[in-house]
Design a protein around this ligand. Structure first.
Ligand SMILES: Cc1cc2nc3c(=O)[nH]c(=O)nc-3n(C[C@H](O)[C@H](O)[C@H](O)COP(=O)(O)OP(=O)(O)OC[C@H]3O[C@@H](n4cnc5c(N)ncnc54)[C@H](O)[C@@H]3O)c2cc1C
Length: 592
């Protein structure tokens, strides 16, 4: 851990770290591998055999599965020993989120319980609240849920109408209102509920027990996917909530809600990696069994292309997931030393990486949608049959683009949060952007003689960052404060930021892998294709953005700069993809 360079959130736009500064999945230790194996065994023994039953609405069965996972210690991974858990590192927490991600509806119920249902109390609760609730949530004695969304308050979460008034005797808050789309609603014991006290403009948070009189749980919603996960409305009719169940301070609710969403986005980014591995395994196995035109369908170039893209996008997302996780662990260590409270340190470190959390959420959920969609396609007609796991995987994957903040909201957050952090002086985004812009006419691709393989890739990535800075500079100059209303341009910038961050994480991972092992040419294939794709995405996004803000004088110079900065050496991507697909097909499983 010594001498690790830690960047601030969003700072990757203007600064670099080295491959030694990141954690890569190839470095998991024996204990971490055993924890992951326990999760896999649990899915095989308890979850897969019960999926059909829970999907038919057996809430008690889902609850008992959660409790069984608690008996194995899987509900206490993020909870310190003092409160009945195992106090694992954030990297390990993300590994567990990844592995359980292959559990379809169970995974959603599990993540809601361990994450948004439990951690607000762990992070913001006082000692009594943690002892009373967190210890029992960590064991599975209690099941948790998180109640933020309302019929009129979705993306605009602070506009909720649920209200709390102090009772005359000052002992209780009287809660009234309605929450919607609440995961685990059907069987949760504790609810973290966000409401406004009196006429407050901001939310406060409360721990509400579902057994309190006046809490009414609606029927489960009929959903497209994750049918085994209970999702329902919850009504609060004059519910007496003891004053000691106020979580954090009055008015701190919105901050709690947002911080917990950052955590949820990070964990979702890991969760979808596990779901994607399952879909890839299912599709390659099928392609190695099904024959058409006298040969196995895995022989066809069209399917090899799909399988290679599944692997590349998954492998790249995974690289970013563990890069961020390790940053959080490192930051958490520094903060714990200062503040002495694990819970507060954890959420401070997690919230710090808000830009990267939004990136993992969007990139991961869209990666899974691609993987799940092509998994169905590789199965042909059978992919459309409810008998096949990929049909369930396809329906279940879709929700990830909607909850934990929609991908539209998260794309905006990627840019907005990075710009706000820069304005606060955390890193010099605008100064660097101005410098590049002032040198516009002299911008070249910057190729130097004798650069080695990784130096070349680092140059590409630095060039992509220059393109992003040029667009940020041009857009802020042109639109000034109105940039917030130019969502299409912000989306262009977000796209470039996300792809560049992921490519950089992947490049550092492959470089570090080479320092650990020997022949890894296949991973260079993955990196080569990824950078080829990223260059195209950056070029297209930049040209779109530029066309919206440049003048007829500045446009040609900007477009030329973008062309120079997104130039990558020609690689035979067809052959590279074939080699990647061939390994998958030979192994008959995802073993990258
Ligand atoms: C299965 C499921 C489980 C869920 N579990 C929970 C839970 O446990 N707890 C909980 O509190 N909530 C939960 N949710 C709610 C979820 O977080 C919300 O559905 C989500 O935040 C979106 O809100 P909305 O549905 O009201 O959509 P809206 O906010 O109405 O959005 C509709 C569309 O408008 C877009 N949009 C909205 N605002 C903007 C903007 N400013 N700029 C650009 N585009 C915008 C959105 O991206 C979206 O495309 C769950 C939802 C589902 C479906």
């Amino acid at each position: 851990m010594e001498n690790i360079k830690l960047l601030k959130s969003g700072e990757f736009l203007v600064n670099e770290i080295e491959s030694k500064d990141i954690f890569i999945p190839e470095e998991f230790n024996e204990e971490q591998r055993m924890i992951a194996q326990t999760c896999r065994d649990f899915l095989e023994a308890e979850v897969y055999p019960n999926l059909e039953k829970v999907e038919k609405g057996d809430r008690e069965l889902m609850k008992s599965m959660l409790k069984k996972s608690g008996e194995l210690g899987l509900l206490g991974i993020s909870i310190p020993e003092e409160f009945g858990g195992f106090g694992q590192s954030f990297v390990t927490q993300m590994l567990v989120a990844e592995t359980t991600g292959a559990g379809y509806s169970f995974s959603v119920a599990y993540m809601a319980h361990c994450g948004i249902g439990t951690l607000p109390i762990m992070y913001y609760g006082n000692k009594e609240q943690r002892e009373k609730y967190v210890t029992r949530l960590a064991s599975g004695e209690l099941i948790g849920a998180y109640c933020l969304t309302e019929p009129g308050a979705g993306s605009d979460a602070n506009s909720g109408k649920t209200n709390a008034k102090l009772s005359e005797d000052g002992k209780n808050y009287i809660l009234n209102g309605q929450k919607m789309w609440i995961t685990n609603a059907g069987f949760a014991d504790t609810l973290v509920v966000f409401a406004k006290i009196d006429t407050d403009r901001v939310l406060s948070a409360f721990i509400v027990e579902s057994r309190y009189p006046g809490v009414v749980i609606g029927q489960d919603e009929h959903k497209m996917g994750i049918k085994g996960s209970s999702t329902a409305q919850i009504y609060f009719n004059d519910v007496k909530v003891p004053v000691e169940n106020l979580l954090g301070k009055r008015g701190e609710g919105f901050r709690i809600a947002l911080s917990i969403l950052h955590m949820g986005r990070l964990k979702l980014g890991a969760n979808v990696v596990g779901a994607a591995k399952k879909a890839i395994n299912d599709s390659v196995k099928y392609s190695n069994e099904r024959k058409q035109f006298g040969v196995l369908i895995s022989n066809f170039g069209s399917l090899k292309y799909k399988m290679a893209q599944q692997v590349i996008r998954l492998f790249a997302s995974e690289s970013a997931v563990y890069r961020v996780s390790y940053d959080i662990d490192n930051l958490m260590k520094n903060i714990t030393v200062d503040c002495g409270d694990y819970g507060r340190a954890a959420i401070e470190a997690i919230s710090h990486y808000a830009v990267e959390a939004a990136i993992l959420k969007v990139v991961g959920s869209e990666m899974l949608d691609y993987v799940a969609d092509e998994a169905v396609q590789i199965h042909g007609g059978m992919g459309y049959s409810a008998e096949m796991a990929v049909e369930r995987g396809y329906r279940d994957s879709r929700i990830n683009r909607i909850f934990e903040g929609t991908n539209e909201i998260n794309r905006l957050l990627v840019v907005d949060t990075a710009m706000k952090r820069a304005m606060k002086g955390e890193f010099d985004l605008f100064g660097e952007a101005g410098k590049i812009y002032s040198d516009l006419s002299r911008i070249t691709e910057g190729k130097t003689d004798g650069e080695n393989y990784f130096q070349e890739k680092q140059r590409y990535i630095k060039n992509f960052k220059k393109v992003i800075l040029l667009c940020i500079h041009g857009a802020t100059k042109r639109f000034e404060k109105n940039l917030i209303n130019e969502q299409e341009v912000l989306n262009n910038i977000a796209e470039m930021m996300m792809e560049t961050y992921v490519s950089e994480s992947l490049a550092m991972r492959v470089e570090k892998m080479e320092s650990l092992k020997k022949d890894l040419s296949l991973y260079r294939d993955i990196l080569n294709v990824n950078l080829f794709d990223t260059a195209n995405i950056v070029r297209k996004s930049a040209l779109e953005a530029i066309s919206s803000f440049c003048t007829s004088e500045s446009c040609p110079a900007l477009a030329r700069a973008v062309e120079n900065l997104t130039r990558v050496e020609c690689v035979n991507v067809k052959d590279a993809r074939r080699r990647i697909a061939d390994k998958l097909i030979d192994d008959n499983a995802y073993k990258f």
